[in-house]
Structure formats: C-alpha cells, structure tokens
Design a protein around this ligand. Structure first.
Ligand code: SF4
Ligand code: MSK
Length: 626
C-alpha cells in the first residue's frame, strides 16, 4: 500500500490522506483514473469525432481502416477541429469568469453590491485610462461604471481589435496583424471557433489552427487579463504576504471552511463573514477556538495572494482534504471542481455548497451568490459551518503546514526590484539570472502529483533561472518549500545572490489560472524595455501536469505571444503528423515560438535551459552550453 501511494504523489500529506481515504473506503481520482485504463487510443490521438450524428467517426492511425469520417473529414481536419474546440472551451471558461467580475464591478458602481468596493483605486484609474476613459474630476464609482461598460464592449463584436492588445510589444502586434490573428472580440472568437468547427465550415486544418491562436489570444489579452485586473481593482492588487500550505493548514481546534474554484467574488465575502466578531464568538460558544478559512485550487490562490489565507492543496488534493474529517464546510464556485466531491463529503460531516448559477454538483446544496446578496448568504453559510462543528467526528491531520510568501503581482515584483524592472534586466544581462520561466497549470493523475512541477522548478532555480508560477503549480512549489526567502539557498549562485539581496524567494507566486496574464504583462514590460519582442527574451513557459481545456488555451496564448512552452502530458494531436509538426516546429516561423512535449521534468528542464541559452546568444549576451 505504501509503495502504491508513493507512486501517486510526492506530497506527504497526499500520500497519508490517500491511505486514509482507502481505509475509509473513499474512492478518489486515482481509483477512477485506473478504472479508465487503457484509454481509448483514437481519443488520445485526437482521431475520434462526434461533432455530428452522421458519426461518431474515427480514423484508423495504422492506415488499414477508415481514413475519412462520414462527411469526408480526414485526420488533419478532425485533430485540428478537436483542438480548436478545446481552446474555445478554455478561452470561454476564463473569459466568462472575467465577465462575472465585470458585472460585479458594474454593480459596485451602481451601489448594489454590499460588501464589495474599489480596493485599488489607482489601478481602477490607470486601467480606465487604457480604455481611453477620462478619469479627471470623476469619483471612483463613476469611473468604475464607465470602465465596466467599456470592458463589456471588449466581449462583443463591435470592435476591430481588443483594447488590451496595446500592452503587447509593437513587433508582436505586427506579427498578429500579418497573420490575421489579432483578436477582435472575446466572445466573438470563441463563437467563431464553434462555427468554424461545425460540419462543413472550415476544413483547412491550418486555417482552423490559426483561428485557435486568435481564440487563445482573446483569452490571454482579453478575458483572462480583464479577470485578473478587475479582481485586483475589486479585491486588491497582491503584495508579498506570508502564508502556509498543505493539508496541515486545517486546524483541529477551529471551525474549518474551505473555498474551492476560481472566482474571488464568492470567497471574498466568505472571508469577510469569517472575520466577523459575531461569528468568531459563535464559534467559541460551540467549543471551537475560532474560524479557519483555507483554500484549494485557484480560489485558494486568489485569497492566498491577497490576504495570506492558507492553501490546503491543489487539484488532486481536493478530495483528500475532505478525508481529514476536519472540514465543516466546502464552498465552491466553478471550474476544476470534481463532481465526486459531494460523494466524498458524504462519508464525513462536511457540508458541500455550490454558489454559481452555472455550476451545480451532485451531493451539494445550492446557495446562489450574486453581488447583491453575497454578503448576506456568506454570513448565513459561515453560521451553518460553525453550527456543523459539533457534528465533527475523528480528525486526521498528519502533517504540519509549510510556510511560504505569496502575492508577487507585476506591481509587487517591480516594487521588490526598487520601482523599475531595470535590476532584473541587469541581472539577466550580466548572466547572474540566465532567464525566467513561468511554470503553470494543474495536476493530472497521469503524472505523480507535484513531481513534474517540483522537479522542473528545482532544476531551473539550481541553474539560475528565476521561476514565476501560478495555479496548482504554485501550490506544489509552496508545499515543497520553494516560496520562502531561505529557499534561495537551493538556487544557483547568481540567482541566490539576487534573491538574497532583494529578500525574495527564487519561485515567485503570481496567482491563479487567469493570472498567467501577469506573466505576459511582465514579459511585455521586459521586451518593451529592451526594445524587442517577447519571442526574443530568454524566457519560457511550462505546464508539467496540465489537464484542462483552460490550460490548453493558456499554452496556446503563451506560444502565440512568443513564449516557448513545454507541456508535460501530450495533447490529443498525435493522430495528425501535420498538426503535431506545426505546433512543435512550424509555429516558430509564424510566431517565433513553439510547443514542446516532454513528460519527464528532468528533460523538460534541459529543453528550457537550452532555449534560454539560445535566446541569450541571439541577444548577444553570454551563453552557456547545456
Ligand atoms: Fe463524422 Fe464528420 Fe460528423 Fe465528425 S463531423 S462525426 S467526422 S461525419
Ligand atoms: S485550478 S485549471 S487544476 S491550475 Fe486553476 Fe489548478 Fe489547472 Fe484548475
């Protein structure tokens, strides 16, 4: 048994809780993954199509069976269409999340969102300035109203190009223009992808993939960017904050409430309710020593980087934290929430609550949050969680939490550098820092939990590559202890000296999934400062354990923005040599970057190091042989 849990995760909390889950008879994601093996080979290669009901169809990769679907689509068309739809779903998810924040901003402006407010007025005004809004002599709420209106315009079809493309370096915008992939409207590109991939519309695999890039860019320079910026405006721009991570953040003697999902609109109100003296007094009355709010996945990241709220785990830990028996209530919003959670919770006393009108789950009670009732519902839920404390049975918290510093927004990074990106550029030019890598994305039971993230990050920092991370990758590195100033000792001499001088960790937490755009914003600032393009910089991206359509969209907007990106798990594209070749080689000529796929993080680290040294050489900086 011990060996088998070691194969599933490198995290000690997960290993021990997985044993507990087994002892309790709780089925987990790993059990269901094993039950699905072997996976369908056609689907793995992207060669099955169920777009219409003349099918479903499949293409025989060995050339002996059918080579065309009923409609006549060949392997290239089917693989490209499937990938296109994957990107559309990912872009839609981030962008719809962004829309919810824009609607909250509009309700704040109208005074209909009790509890919410403008937390970062300076960002509100500067962001409004990017939309051409005159903010002089206007109060914050008037600016918010105009900004919300302007942001909604970016979702529609009435513009020729998204406003925030202006943040990208000029050379990058020229590339997009030349290729005809500058996104016009956020919803428009997703809608057009669904149209193009309907039977009998776009049947040129290259044209579908070009539009997939435009669709992904509408996420990275549109929906996700809006989500990230408006979250900062409403909830505060993150600054370095001490915090803790792993399942040990749950407290034996306190009421534990865990928030899960992505959108901070719900969790911010839960936090306020948890801090209320009335609720804390009630918890004491019920025999608890207070209320402990913790997060998982990206809602956890949102709270952690702004308020230091502890992080109980990443994607593959979301079932396991419930097996501690210590969680009075889990409150979810949307995305990456396994439909199994209600069933797991039913084995313990945990109450499960869904909150979004668009995300319901079996075994959960639905209590719908909207900006105008969120404060009230949050209070009711926290009260119910406190009352549930008395139903708690035996608790198993087998590990102590790890400390971390989180909250490195672009603004915080620049501040840590003394107010300008120059010191970072100087360190890169001198070679103390060879370059930077964004390590992002999920967990996936195909890969030992956190092994991909932690191994890759360790190798990168050892070789003087500064790491910025987001999402579940960021949780993995926090659990591994990479997010402390002391972790600089693990870095190579050059990076270590810079981190020690600035008192920063070698792995900087930039936030949640939608916050990958912070990495783009930082890369653009560096490229603009050097008068060059993002694709010329000694930087790279990696998603060592990705699983979701959102991660696919992120990967593609990274590449389309000029960032070489190494994926761990293989996307379903191997059924088309043409599509695979274009994504891993051909895109270099078009956008100056490609994907690589390398499930072994040791080899992925070598790929990234080589890429970074090549870019240094091209910039005329010193370069090492790797
Ligand atoms: Fe088959 Fe073509 Fe329909 Fe796909 S779109 S299911 S390949 S007939
Ligand atoms: S939560 S998309 S598993 S990072 Fe953003 Fe984690 Fe991936 Fe979801």
């Amino acid at each position: 048994m011990k060996d088998s849990v070691k194969e599933k995760s490198i995290a000690q909390d997960s290993r021990l809780l997985l044993e507990k889950a087994r002892a309790d008879g709780v089925e987990t994601v790993w059990d269901r993954f094993a039950a699905q093996l072997p996976n369908c080979g056609y689907c793995e290669m992207g060669l099955s199509c169920r777009i219409c009901v003349m099918g479903p169809c499949r293409i025989d990769p060995f050339g002996e069976g059918p080579q065309r679907g009923v409609c006549g689509a060949d392997a290239d068309i089917i693989v490209a269409r499937n990938l296109g739809r994957m990107i559309a779903a990912g872009a839609a998810s981030h962008s719809d999340h962004g829309r919810d924040l824009v609607e909250t901003l509009a309700e704040v402006a109208e005074g209909r969102a009790e509890g919410y407010g403008i937390a970062d007025e300076a960002k509100l005004r500067s962001f409004a300035g990017e939309y051409g809004i005159d903010t002089n002599d206007k109060d914050a709420l008037a600016v918010a109203a105009e900004l919300a209106e302007a942001l909604q315009e970016d979702y529609g079809t009435r513009k020729k190009a998204l406003t925030l493309l202006a943040r990208a370096p000029e050379k990058r915008r020229e590339i997009w223009k030349k290729l005809g992939i500058a996104p016009r409207g956020i919803d428009r590109e997703t809608s057009e992808m669904m149209h193009r991939t309907h039977m009998g519309v776009d049947n040129d695999w290259q044209s579908i993939l070009l539009h997939a890039m435009r669709n992904a860019l509408s996420d990275g320079w549109g929906g996700s960017l809006i989500a990230s910026e408006v979250s900062d405006i409403l909830c505060g721009t993150p600054t370095p904050t001490p915090t803790t991570a792993n399942a040990g953040v749950l407290k034996k003697d306190q009421v534990n409430i865990v928030v899960h999902g992505h959108n901070p609109v719900v969790s911010e109100m839960i936090l306020l309710a948890c801090q209320s003296p009335e609720m804390i007094a009630l918890a004491r009355e019920k025999g608890a020593d207070g209320i402990n709010l913790a997060g998982v996945c990206c809602t956890g990241n949102e709270l952690q980087m702004r308020h230091g709220i502890p992080m109980a785990g990443n994607h593959l830990s979301t079932e396991l934290v419930l097996t501690t028996g210590a969680v009075e209530m889990m409150i979810v919003d949307y995305q990456c929430i396994m439909p199994s959670l209600g069933q797991v919770a039913a084995c313990y006393h945990t109450k499960m609550i869904s909150t979004s009108d668009k995300a319901r789950f079996p075994g959960m009670e639905h209590r719908e949050f909207h900006p105008d009732n969120a404060r009230k519902i949050a209070g009711e839920l926290v009260r119910e969680a406190v009352e549930n404390f008395s139903r708690r049975g035996e608790v198993y918290l087998p590990v102590a939490p790890v400390t971390a510093t989180t909250g490195f927004s672009v603004e915080a990074v620049v501040q840590a550098l003394g107010g300008t990106p120059e010191p970072l550029l100087d360190a890169i030019k001198k070679g103390a820092i060879r370059g930077a890598a964004g390590v992002v994305g999920c967990n996936n039971p195909r890969i030992k939990q956190d092994h991909g993230h932690v191994t890759l990050m360790r190798r990168l920092i050892e070789n003087d590559i500064l790491v910025v991370d987001t999402g579940c990758a960021a949780v993995a590195s926090a659990k591994a202890g990479f997010k402390t100033a002391e972790a600089a000792a693990m870095a190579g001499d050059g990076l270590k000296a810079v981190c020690q001088a600035l008192k920063i960790p070698p792995v900087l937490h930039m936030g949640s999934c939608v916050d990958n755009v912070r990495i783009l914003t930082l890369a653009s600032a560096l490229a603009n400062a050097l008068g060059t393009d993002i694709s010329d910089l000694p930087i790279a991206g990696a998603a060592p354990e990705w699983y979701s359509e959102k991660a696919a969209a992120i990967g593609l907007y990274f590449v389309a923005s000029g960032v070489y990106t190494v994926l761990g798990p293989m996307p379903p594209i191997t059924g088309s040599a043409n599509v695979a070749r274009l994504l891993t080689q051909g895109l270099n000529d078009a956008v100056g970057a490609t994907f690589a796929v390398e499930p072994d993080p040791e080899k992925a680290a070598l790929l990234i190091r080589r890429h970074i040294e090549d870019k240094r050489r091209n910039l005329g900086l010193d370069a090492k042989a790797v």
